[in-house]
Design a protein around this ligand. Structure first.
Ligand code: NOJ
Length: 608
């Protein structure tokens, strides 16, 4: 058999050579027996790259794939510096933005309403190759995918939180912030995504958790915020393969078993809707390998990613509740916006439904359809959409304790110009498969609200949308949801990166205005509309690396000086804190993260 293969290979090699017109014969007519030969065709690779070598050399190989890493000047953990008892802040000559909704001016939130600021490991930590960490795909992207980051910055140093967390935690305490929503980097625990645990990475997070607790701050923790181990991409394409489920579960179990006692609420995943706009666009076939028949990415990659993500979520949720007997609330964070029909036509109403289905409904099997996908996905996508078995649907159904929504903005939806039916029937239609268009313009052409930075063109300040959105999710779209947390909301003021002085940066009026109005609307949803909203988290703790936009698009409630790494609270931070001073802490009530608020009160506001 072996000699037959050798003979075939030899013939193939000779045939291949024959196609070339080499100009300087004579060549040897045979390959000396001391050489073996074959033909190569990388696109015919059908098996995964085995991932069994967890050596230092293999780790160095992975970092070499990323390229040279920038390091910060500060590379040891900084001790906390004394925080001021009173921070410089706005005064009467330009006071904070006044309240928007008089009906809730005196309303209080229950004492256990979860609130605070949020971040994500890749966006703030820096120190990306320190202390045994393996690269994630997000370490690779800014280095190797030319011009994929608008300002060509990387996350190598980011806000250098890896070394500055003690100061950051001390400042959160000094500011009086109740909770911190942050994420863990999988590759600090498992540099290759699986294999041996990296003790230095664990020691770092041990210290982070104990320091947050020592400062009296509650930890709300996300296990995965898009920073997939690069080794898993190399090995089998990461989220396009079912293998990812076991690797994610292995990592998640480890982190949960170690840190559950510190954690107030768990998120298994940040915004799995990222499969839409990121996983389908990763540079498969060029910078990343292209396994699983996904070619250069696109729809198949996107829906495989979503499929295995929800399976991974459900698997760890059921393990946490049924095997580990965990008692903390657990769910995943969703990315979706409030959608308003562009007109009263039936087609535009259907467009609204489709936009919701293709964002929230895609992962809505936990609350609807017995664990399955919505009909509008199954009917339109056909064989592009993977199929859940009955056992998998049973696993998914009911696999969360509450709903978490990153509800940044509001959009208007319309049926596409050629109609929904024509789009659904044509996989090449530019609006396929959602087959609905969205805009930030009202039907009369006026913008829905003030725009954000050019690095966040999807974002307009439309806080009035969050109130009906919270009602819509919990009363109409997913009536099984018993409580909802606004797990992120935030704003990037236009052109903030072009301001050169602190005086230009610190009075961030649009963000402050957004904070006040957004929070007023969340409160109105709770006390006037009877929605059981049990938490709210502002994005972000401070300026950080905004994915494809880079360091120049700023969402922070604190400014970060990217040379000294000093942080300065902006006006929006005081707007946010002042709001919780006024509305926080009704010691007699409880937020009740899983139960309804009680009687639904009629809205006192005319929403028209
Ligand atoms: C939500 C994402 O979770 C976060 O990573 C991102 O920075 C913000 N949206 C702003 O775009």
């Amino acid at each position: 058999m072996a000699s037959r293969i050798a003979a075939v290979a030899l013939l193939a090699a000779v045939a291949a050579k024959a196609q070339h017109n080499y100009s300087s014969p004579p060549y040897p007519t045979t390959t000396p027996a001391s050489y073996s030969t074959t033909t190569f065709n990388f696109s015919a690779a059908s098996t995964y790259l085995p991932l069994t070598d967890f050596s230092n050399e293999q780790l160095a190989f992975l970092w070499d794939q990323v390229g040279p890493i920038q390091t910060a000047t500060l590379t040891t953990t900084a001790s906390p510096t004394p925080e001021p008892t009173d921070f410089p802040k706005p005064n009467f000559v330009h006071p904070l933005v006044p309240a928007y909704i008089p009906e809730v001016a005196d309303a209080k939130l229950p004492d256990d309403f979860l609130w605070g600021v949020a971040s994500a490991a890749f966006q703030v930590e820096g120190a990306v190759d320190a202390e045994g960490k393996g690269p994630s795909v997000w370490d690779l992207i800014p280095h190797r995918w030319v011009n994929s980051i608008a300002d060509n910055t990387t996350g190598d140093v980011a806000a250098n939180e890896y070394y500055l967390y003690k100061q950051d935690n001390a400042r959160l305490k000094a500011l009086g912030i109740q909770s911190y929503s942050f994420t863990l980097a999988w590759t600090r625990f498992f540099p290759f995504g699986r294999g041996p645990v990296n003790e230095q990475g664990v020691a770092h997070y041990d210290d982070l958790f104990t320091d947050i607790e020592a400062n009296g701050i509650k930890s709300v923790v996300t296990l995965f915020h898009w920073d997939t181990p690069l080794a898993l991409f190399n090995s089998y394409g990461a989220w396009t393969s079912e293998d990812i489920v076991a690797d994610y579960v292995n990592y998640a179990k480890y982190a949960i078993m170690r840190y559950d006692k510190y954690v107030t609420a768990w998120y298994t995943f940040n915004e799995p809707q990222y499969c839409n706009w990121r996983f389908s666009n990763y540079p498969f076939g060029t910078i990343l390998p292209s396994y699983n028949g996904i070619g250069t990415g696109g729809l198949r990659a996107q829906y495989l990613c979503g499929h295995y993500t929800l399976l991974a979520h459900a698997t760890i949720y059921k393990w946490y509740k049924n095997v580990y007997k965990g008692t903390k609330p657990m769910t995943f964070k969703n990315s979706a916006n409030y959608i308003i029909a562009n007109s009263s036509s039936a087609a535009d109403q259907e467009a609204v439904q489709r936009v919701n289905d293709y964002n929230m409904g895609w992962y809505g099997g936990v609350w609807t359809n017995g664990g399955d996908y919505p009909a509008s996905l199954k009917d339109t996508l056909g064989d592009i959409l993977p199929v859940y078995t009955q056992a998998q649907k049973d696993l998914i159904a009911g696999a969360a304790d509450f709903y978490a929504i990153d509800a940044y903005t509001t959009l208007y939806a319309a049926a596409p110009p050629n109609g929904i039916a024509a789009c659904v029937a044509n996989r090449s239609d530019p609006n396929y498969p959602q087959c609905a268009t969205t805009t930030q313009l009202q039907p009369n052409g006026f913008p829905a609200g003030p725009n954000a930075d050019a690095g966040a063109t999807w974002l307009y300040s439309t806080p009035g949308g969050v109130r009906p959105f919270l009602s819509f999710i919990t009363k109409e779209y997913f009536p099984k949801v018993k409580s909802i947390v606004v797990s992120e909301f935030g704003f990037a003021d236009p052109a903030e990166a072009s301001f050169n002085t602190l005086e230009q940066i610190l009075w961030d009026l649009r963000r402050a205005d957004y904070m006040q109005s957004f929070l007023d609307n969340i409160l109105a949803a709770r006390v006037l509309d009877g929605v059981n909203v049990t938490g709210a988290f502002a994005w972000a703790i401070y300026d950080n690396f905004e994915w494809n936009s880079g360091l120049g698009t700023k969402f922070g409630l604190q400014y970060v000086n990217n040379t000294s790494y000093e942080r300065y609270p902006k006006a929006s931070m005081f707007q946010f804190l002042n709001w919780f001073k006024l509305h926080g802490e009704d010691k007699t009530a409880t937020a009740n993260i899983t139960a309804p608020v009680g009687k639904r009160m009629p809205s006192m506001l005319n929403m028209s």
